[in-house]
Design a binder for this molecule. Structure first.
Ligand code: XMP
Length: 520
């Protein structure tokens, strides 16, 4: 293809020309390489978060205390991308968080929580409060004996009664019970048939039993409705939402933590270190790969080509790039090894791409660009090279993020957001991420702050997705694979933005202005 302009530079020429300079989002203009002949909503956002896991939106929520716990993990998985549950939690708490995500939306709920007829209704209320699960098959021994749902009791009136007194007994459930061998053997036909039977039954849940009447699994109407409402949601083979979990580079602790997280159903693990490419990290990656070959691993954080390639050689399934660039990060002020995000992302992505092509690694190992993203165009620029963008501050303001709600002097709603290297977070467990061994000489690598409230994920993330679609469409590409092909085959041209250009790119020459988006 002829170049669209004689003065722009291909990525290869551009980074060659600025070799020795660390550049970031606002240093870059990306020229439109071709005529746009399709609409924004025709842009496809599919990508891979790791070698084996496809996602529908090229984002991931960062493993941070104020970002990724189960509520946010569920909300973003419904929007097409995973969260990584942070490890400032006990092993049991972190595994419990993973379980809550995995249980949230299931095709077949295998091993459902059950009660016996002699237990008290108060037990059902506790389960509901702790797990959100309110549909409980009632069993005697292994035999299905009835069903208890939230419609069968009142917390105030019936808490001290026995389950037997409130459950719907077996003989009134016949229309919503099916035997395992009456369903097709294979998925997705099995699930489709079960869903059909449920929708025909007028009931809220279909109970699947073995030949001898033991409960095998169930499917619920709420799950069917949830999957209809969220067509982008990402699910594993058993139709549970996809979620990752972080582990540290401390091998002794990670052995135990990883075992629990995998048992809980974590789809991938993220070896979380602010200074990746260390022998500690190598040991953890090699141990986990040797022990759990089937579980994909994210390695990082790195900012150089050599650092990224070590991750590939040690067996990682995704490379996480970003050092000293996060919004809450003070690493650049207290340590070295940092690099501006666009230069780091380009260099690591190019190295991994070339390595995979040379060694016939197919599909290529994805690169996750992590930190510093505060606008839709920044995400678009990161995606010129990376497969996925990791977000902290852009998600910390959502209702589902765990941070505290606070108000500023003008009465604007904010949410607290702290760095995992801040004193407050390190004290609660993230020291391993920053190699902290003692508090006597502790040097913080992060700060504690607030971000603007963004409302629910279901309103904010669709705006981010439209933003990403607009970025791709404005260059004339319908998906990430064709954008990357174009970047590396020199169709996409770049230019360095000057200081004056940056002023021009911002809002200017107005007496005052107001934004209608929560991006400021
Ligand atoms: P954003 O810009 O999305 O960045 O808020 C999130 C990323 O920042 C990293 N992170 C830290 N880096 N000190 C650091 O140097 C910290 O305290 C800290 N906490 C998080 C992390 O990579 C995250 O995904």
């Amino acid at each position: 293809m002829d170049r669209i302009d004689p003065f722009g530079l291909s990525a290869a020429q551009f980074f060659q020309r600025f070799s020795g300079e660390s550049l970031t989002f606002d240093d870059l203009h990306v020229l439109q390489p071709r005529t746009i002949d399709f609409g924004v909503d025709q842009v496809e956002l599919g990508s891979r978060i790791t070698r084996n896991i496809r996602i529908n939106t090229p984002l991931v929520a960062s493993p941070m205390e104020d970002v990724s716990e189960w509520q946010l993990a569920v909300a973003v998985a419904l929007q097409g991308f995973p969260a990584v549950i942070h490890y400032n939690l006990s092993i049991e708490e972190q595994a419990g968080q993973v379980r809550r995500v995995k249980r949230f939306e299931n095709g077949f709920i295998k091993e459902p929580i059950t009660l016996s007829p002699s237990e008290l209704i108060s037990r059902a209320i506790t389960i509901r409060n702790e797990t959100g699960i309110s549909t409980l098959p009632i069993v005697e021994g292994r035999q299905l004996a009835g069903l208890l749902t939230k419609n069968d009791y009142s917390g105030q009136k019936h808490a001290s009664m026995r389950v037997a007194e409130r459950m719907v007994p077996l003989d009134r459930l016949r229309h919503q019970i099916v035997r395992v061998d009456e369903l097709p053997h294979e998925d997705p036909q099995r699930l489709e048939k079960a869903n059909d039977l449920l929708l025909e039954s007028h009931a809220g849940v279909l109970l699947i039993v073995t030949r001898d009447g033991a409960i095998d699994s169930l499917v619920t109407r709420t799950d069917i409705e949830k999957s209809e409402a969220f067509p982008d949601s990402i699910k594993d083979k058993t139709k549970s939402l996809v979620v990752g979990a972080a582990v540290s580079t401390n091998l002794a602790e990670t052995r135990e933590r990883a075992a629990e997280l995998i048992e809980a159903g974590a789809d991938f693990l993220c070896v979380d270190s602010s200074h990746g490419n260390s022998t500690h990290e190598q040991q953890v990656i090699e141990y986990l790969k040797g022990r759990y070959e089937q579980v994909d691993l994210i390695y990082g954080n790195v900012a150089t080509a050599g650092g990224a390639l070590n991750g590939v050689r040690w067996g990682a399934d995704a490379i996480r790039v970003g050092k000293g660039v996060g919004s809450i990060c003070s690493t650049s002020q207290v340590s070295l090894g940092t690099r501006s995000q666009i230069t780091a992302t380009h260099s690591c992505s190019l190295a991994v791409r070339e390595y995979c092509d040379r060694h016939g690694i197919e599909p290529r190992i994805p690169v996750i660009s992590d930190g510093g993203y505060g606008s839709f165009s920044a995400i678009g620029k990161g995606l010129l090279f990376a497969d996925v963008i990791m977000l902290g501050s852009m998600l910390a303001g959502t209702d589902e993020a765990p941070g505290e709600v606070v108000y500023d002097r003008q009465g604007r709603k904010l949410k607290s957001y702290k760095g995992m290297g801040s004193f407050e977070a390190v004290r609660r467990g993230s020291g391993a991420r920053y190699d902290v061994e003692s508090f006597e000489d502790f040097v913080a690598e992060g700060v504690v702050g607030n971000v603007r409230s963004k409302g629910p994920v279901s309103q904010w993330v669709p705006q981010i997705k439209t933003g990403i679609r607009k970025c791709l469409q404005s260059l004339g590409y319908r998906d990430l694979a064709s954008l990357h092909e174009a970047v590396y085959s020199s169709d996409v041209l770049l230019e360095r933005m000057s200081e004056a250009g940056r002023r021009e790119a911002g809002i200017h020459d107005l007496v005052e202005y107001r934004r209608t988006l929560p991006l400021d």
